[in-house]
Design a protein around this ligand. Structure first.
Ligand code: FES
Length: 213
């Protein structure tokens, strides 16, 4: 027996003497009520598949949600560890000292795209020698642009002439400088990607959002 049957049967018992001209008005009232309720449930039931289809699940929202990174303990010359992921991809956050900041402006002879001419690889605020919103903090997706390995952070000798460090991909030997710019003649075709980000404070980044610091 369904819920609707119960409601109608109860209505008949409770209103057994509310009869007028041979018509049980109580029963008729409750039948109308029950029919309306079933119609309302049917309407919601019909709408739900579409609501469900258009509403992203909590898991999907979390997968694409912005990620906050506190890098207050990061010192110049190091990369933040443990590495935080955003949308399942590692985010490299590096702190650069003054010497590195200067060298990124001048040590460009070995680079394939020193001026970040490929607009797919960074937001506009990262089109500069550091490929970052602030020269002292670099933020990059830790995914090699060749076949997707995760490069290693090396503090020195990624470049023979300058002795500068950078990122080295052990899979097929691609090299990137400390701004994520790829070296000429390696398998990787592009600079490391810069994700969208903003500074929530001097020491907290929000990855996946853009805007004023
Ligand atoms: S995946 Fe990095 S060099 Fe091939």
């Amino acid at each position: 027996m369904s819920d609707g049957d119960v409601a109608i049967d109860s209505a008949k018992d409770d209103n057994s003497d509310a009869t007028s001209g041979g018509v049980n008005t109580g029963r008729r009232y409750f039948l109308i009520q029950a029919t309306s309720a079933v119609a309302a449930v049917g309407a919601v039931g019909a709408a739900w598949p579409f609501v469900k289809y258009w509403t992203p699940s909590a898991k999907a929202r979390a997968a694409g949600a912005p990620v906050k990174i506190d890098f207050s303990k990061l010192v110049p010359g190091e990369m933040l560890s443990p590495i935080v992921a955003w949308r399942g991809k590692p985010i490299f956050v590096v702190s650069r000292d003054k010497q590195t900041i200067e060298s990124l402006k001048s040590d460009t002879a070995e680079l394939a795209d020193p001026d970040s001419l490929n607009p797919e690889q960074q937001p506009e605020y990262a089109v500069n020698a550091w490929r970052s919103a602030k020269p002292e903090v670099g933020v990059y997706l830790g995914i090699c642009t060749h076949l997707g390995c995760s490069p290693k952070y090396v503090t020195t000798d990624n470049f023979e002439a300058s002795g500068q460090g950078g990122f080295f991909c052990p899979c097929h030997g691609s090299k990137f400088d400390l701004a994520g710019r790829v070296v000429k003649g390696v398998p990787a075709p592009d600079n490391l990607e810069v994700p969208p980000y903003r500074f929530e404070s001097d020491t907290v980044l929000v990855i996946g959002e853009e805007g004023a610091a």
